[in-house]
Design a protein around this ligand. Structure first.
Ligand SMILES: [Zn+2]
Length: 196
């Protein structure tokens, strides 16, 4: 599978779902262009990874994670309702050969992929450990929320973690800047796709 270093790596594509794209209920500026870049990156580098993982926000009744008067920090407009078109994997990435699909947030807000499970009930941590993965590359949506939470959890669980900044998009410029600084402080490596 073309590992070029001692690390066995997984790529985790966080929440590429239509509700987070232009025209969705909680749109992130630049999401469509970012998804196209992720697809291009996977076409040229996908085989470098032992596992290709995608996460989905998958809400049935997430309590006050949804709000009619959202503050866009801890409460949000209705998004990614389970089994709706807005929650499926965006067409730009739907045809990838995903090894694992992790769904999270069924009954509460869940920002980190490590809070979710695969179709057979395995946690993301268990999936990565079973594949002897020790490094993860995190991309997707949104830099300042679910990408950050997933990267910080991965680091806390002992993985080497890289975030590819041009393959991520954030909700807000200020909180995205804060997220990058918080991740860097936790020894998450910030790279661009040209570095890889
Ligand atoms: Zn959510």
């Amino acid at each position: 599978m073309g590992e070029t270093s001692s690390d066995r790596s997984a790529i985790i594509v966080v929440d590429p779902q239509p509700d987070f794209f232009e025209g969705g209920t909680l749109p992130i500026s630049g999401a469509t262009q970012t998804a196209v870049r992720i697809a291009e990156y996977l076409s040229t580098h996908g085989e470098d990874y032992a596992l290709k993982v995608v996460t989905q926000d998958w809400h049935f009744d997430p309590g006050d994670h949804w709000s009619d008067h959202p503050n866009f920090v801890t409460t949000w407009p209705v998004h990614c309702a389970a089994d709706t078109d807005g929650a499926r994997i965006h067409p730009a990435l739907a045809d990838e050969s995903w090894d694992v699909v992790i769904r999270k947030g069924q009954h509460e807000g869940a920002y980190s992929g490590f809070e979710g499970t695969s179709a057979n009930g395995s946690t993301l941590f268990d999936v990565l450990k079973a594949a002897s993965v020790d490094a993860v590359t995190v991309v997707g949506f949104a830099t300042d929320h679910c990408v950050k939470a997933t990267a910080l959890d991965a680091r806390a669980l002992g993985f080497h973690v890289s975030v590819v900044l041009d393959l991520c998009a954030g909700v807000d410029a200020d909180t995205t800047r804060d997220a990058i600084s918080e991740m860097s402080s936790a020894d998450v490596t910030m790279v661009t796709s040209r570095d890889l």
